[in-house]
Design a binder for this molecule. Structure first.
Ligand code: T4K
Length: 404
């Protein structure tokens, strides 16, 4: 990529007909790729052995290494986190209603609804954007069977409070840990909290297997059920003992995973360096709050999350988004507008927003910025200069955008 162009005045901005700052688009979640030669060697090997999927040697090796890294008894690799969630929800016996945050990727809600289980949306704590345990109990009804906490952005949600609430009400507790790979909670790696945790290894995640995911648990019986379910319920040739589906990870994906694992430390250091650069660049911009990770814990620093308070910046999150996209900076507004405002949930619960004031506020503010191995310090400086410029001259920006 060519050196980014530093924007000095409003007329330089691409949205106002300047030339884009970046010659190539910058994405949130450009995949992290490990050592290419080792990946190719593994692919050649699996082509030679002609074992392509279904509990092959690479999948087994990956499962062993992941369980060791996460310090958990069982790791079951899957084709993606959505199917892994569906299988785990079923295997854990969830039914009726399950409490989840609305501020999550739609897959958390869909994995329940797909099985005719009602997701009940809980509000979030505005400080960390994750489920507010203080708002969970008021949502419990006689139909409630469980809670799914979601670890967001590279942080752990309140595992302790959720465990206490779940135990007191005899509810099942599991975690959507799609963002949580390589992160810790009170010094313990995510992966062994609740009945089970579900990771995503999608291409855009910190650690990827092209598409993929995994369920981790310390529960032997649950692990056995999940293993059966992800392979149609087969317990051997010609013997199906359970209702199942196809959740298997391929050997190609496992080869990518094994290769990525070898570069995990590099991925984290680059993400951490980028995160710190963004913090420095945007620290003193009034109206911009950067989400901070707890430095006592491990994080993968995969998401750089800014909150734009329009009442201060006088330029809205969506105006900033438009300005950045014109420059080739494909920032994202995850998880706008919240699951409760998407179908079918919007029709099921037309008044859900009344119980979700913090979620409603947050979805209008969040701006997720590009990071990862494809983004360097110079790119971050140029991105932050664009944001500063737009905020500094917000009045003129508003006038000109209104005229477009
Ligand atoms: N729970 C939570 C909390 C989640 O965040 C997710 C997924 C899940 C559960 C379910 O996990 P999976 O079933 O996916 O394993 C993405 C991802 O599709 C999704 O995995 C992720 N969360 C979610 C937060 O983001 P999009 O629509 O933003 O992603 P996509 O694939 O359009 O890619 C985003 C950008 O990245 C693109 O503009 C281009 C770039 N990109 C993407 C891919 C796939 C690349 O440069 N290379 C690539 O290979 O949803």
């Amino acid at each position: 990529m060519l050196e980014p162009v530093m924007k000095q005045k409003l007329g330089d901005l691409a949205v106002f007909r300047g030339s884009p700052a970046f010659s190539e688009k910058l994405h949130v979640g450009k995949p992290n790729i490990g050592n290419r030669e080792r990946l190719v060697a593994r692919i050649n090997d699996l082509l030679d052995t002609k074992w392509l999927t279904n509990d092959g040697p690479y999948v087994r090796q990956l499962e062993r290494k992941l369980a060791e890294f996460l310090d958990v008894k069982h790791c079951i690799a899957m084709c993606n986190a959505t199917v892994a969630l569906e299988i785990t929800i079923r295997a854990a016996g969830l039914s009726g209603e399950v409490i989840i945050p609305s501020f999550t990727f739609i897959a958390t809600a869909h994995a329940l609804q797909w099985q005719k289980i009602t997701p009940v949306f809980c509000d979030i704590d505005p400080r960390d954007h994750m489920i507010d345990p203080g708002r969970v109990e008021e949502l419990i009804t006689p139909r409630t069977s469980g809670i799914i906490g979601v670890h967001l952005w590279g942080q752990a949600c309140s595992t302790e409070s959720l465990t206490e609430i779940a135990n007191r009400h005899k509810l099942k507790l599991m975690f959507d840990a799609a963002h949580g790979f390589g992160c810790s909670c009170n010094g313990r790696m995510l992966g062994s909290f609740g009945a089970a945790e579900v990771f995503s290894f999608h291409a855009t995640k910190f650690f990827n297997t092209f598409e993929g995911g995994a369920v981790t648990t310390n529960d032997d019986e649950l692990a056995a059920r999940i293993r059966l379910m992800k392979n149609f319920g087969f317990s051997g040739f010609d013997n199906v003992i359970y209702i199942g589906t196809n959740g298997k990870m391929s050997e190609l994906s496992a080869a990518m995973g094994l290769t990525g694992l070898e570069s995990l430390n590099d991925f984290v250091s680059i993400n951490r360096r980028n995160y710190q650069q963004y913090q420095t660049e945007l620290a003193n911009v009034a109206g911009v709050r950067m989400l901070k990770f707890d430095e006592r814990e491990r994080s993968n620093y995969q998401y750089v999350v800014a909150e734009i308070d329009e009442s201060v910046t006088r330029v809205s999150r969506d105006q900033l988004l438009k300005i950045l996209w014109a420059e080739g900076v494909l920032a994202r507004r995850y998880f706008y507008p919240g699951c409760h405002r998407m179908e079918p949930y919007r029709s099921f619960f037309p008044h859900a927003r009344l119980l979700l004031p913090e979620t409603e506020k947050l979805v209008k503010r969040v701006l997720v910025l590009p990071t990862g191995t494809a983004v360097g310090i110079e790119e971050i400086k140029a991105i932050c200069q664009i944001i500063r410029l737009a905020i500094l001259q917000s009045e003129e920006v508003g006038r000109r955008l209104g005229a477009i």
